[in-house]
Design a protein around this ligand. Structure first.
Ligand code: ZN
Ligand code: ZN
Length: 374
């Protein structure tokens, strides 16, 4: 069949994207789902910084590639061997497929699935196949999903079935922003009631981390960003204090508010300066967590002795250390109970043809989570 999809052909286009048009809307050929695969009609797909990082070459991927990795959709057709999904089921797509058999999968850490990571690096589905073609050439899949398209074929291992009591457009956020942000707090950090938290970088993931900290009962939640408009959003969502990262005394103010530093500082900005700041505002014995994706050639100079004498922990968090089939329904239940108001992060609803303009909005750093709605 044919589907319209946003295809990246080169990694060198810079902003403004409305002019440079890195993503071209193409009518491409989509194969039928193979064994263990599913054909999905896309409902909505979020614009995330990881897509932008591929477009600008910060996270190099093979091209041509059909982008998009945060999405919700409806099952249209199942391939051989898929017995637990049927046409009409609602799903949230997960951007690391998990094989269920490798060592991380067996240890209950599917976000680190080795064949899943390999397939994502190669731009294939978990099966190793590519189901997208243009003019007789293969198009690579982005993170096993390629969500900026009307239809997609994905591995069953990239789908989590959800109930039909949540707005299917809103459910798209649970595939990346919510899974990554809330998971960093509840799974990676295991924040406990009464502890103190700082979040640096208030994109979709950072704001979700903030909401996760509120849901976890953190006593203080200090939100930090370079844009005052984001700080206003953070206050409206329940941050107990906000600080502009450009303020020279930002770290000292966090220390003063928390009597020496926060229990957990979350670096969500994708920058070494933010990581340095997060480490400095973490208290003795505390934990600094990063869940962002900075440029692979950027390095963070760490004063090693402080790890020892202050018994500090530094942790990475990928997709919120998630078990997707456990966590997505859990976070959706929290949302439906009013305890995780992620709908307040929704920005503009865009058409697929507006996608480059949407990435200009994301690049400017002031938009909330814009979504392509199909
Ligand atoms: Zn993402
Ligand atoms: Zn695995």
């Amino acid at each position: 069949m044919k589907t319209r999809a946003a295809v990246l052909h080169a990694l060198d286009k810079q902003a403004p994207f409305a002019q440079s048009q890195p993503l071209r809307i193409e009518e491409i050929e989509l194969d039928a789902p193979g064994e263990g695969e599913v054909l999905i009609k896309m409902t909505a797909a979020g614009l995330c910084h990881s897509d932008l990082s591929v477009m600008t070459g910060v996270r190099p991927r093979p091209v041509p590639m059909a982008l998009g990795h945060e999405a919700s959709g409806t099952v249209v057709q199942t391939g051989a061997g898929v017995g637990d999904l049927k046409p009409g089921d609602h799903v949230v797509l997960v951007f690391v497929p998990s094989c269920g058999h490798c060592m991380p999968c067996m240890e209950g850490r599917p976000a680190l699935c080795e064949p899943g990571a390999q397939a994502n690096g190669n731009g294939s589905l978990l099966s190793g196949e590519r189901r997208l073609h243009l003019h007789g050439h293969d198009i690579h899949h982005h993170m096993g999903i390629s969500a900026f398209a009307e239809y997609a074929v994905v591995s069953r291992r990239s789908c989590v079935k959800i109930g039909q009591d949540i707005d299917p457009v809103e459910s798209a956020l649970f595939g990346c922003a919510v899974l990554t942000g809330v998971g960093a707090v509840v799974n990676t950090a295991k924040v406990q009631a009464g502890q103190t938290v700082a979040v640096l970088g208030l994109g979709g993931v950072g704001l979700c981390a903030m909401l996760g900290a509120i849901a976890s009962g953190a006593a203080q939640i200090i939100a930090i960003d370079v844009h005052d408009s984001k700080l206003e959003v953070a206050i409206s969502l329940g941050a107990t204090a906000v600080i502009n990262a450009h303020d020279a005394d930002a770290v000292d103010r966090v220390k003063a508010l928390t009597k020496g530093g926060v229990d957990f500082a979350f670096e969500m900005a994708g920058m070494v300066q933010a990581m340095e700041m997060a480490y400095r505002m973490t208290r003795r014995g505390g934990t600094t967590i990063t869940a962002s994706l900075p440029h692979p050639q950027h390095h963070w100079p760490l004063q090693q002795v402080s790890l020892v004498t202050e018994e500090r922990t530094v942790k990475g968090s990928y997709i919120g250390s998630c078990v997707p089939a456990r966590d997505i329904p859990r976070y959706i239940d929290l949302y439906l109970a009013g305890k995780l108001p992620v709908n307040q992060l929704m920005g503009e609803r865009l058409k697929l043809d507006d996608i480059n303009r949407g990435f200009d909005r994301l690049d400017a750093g002031t938009s909330l989570r814009d979504l392509i709605v199909f």
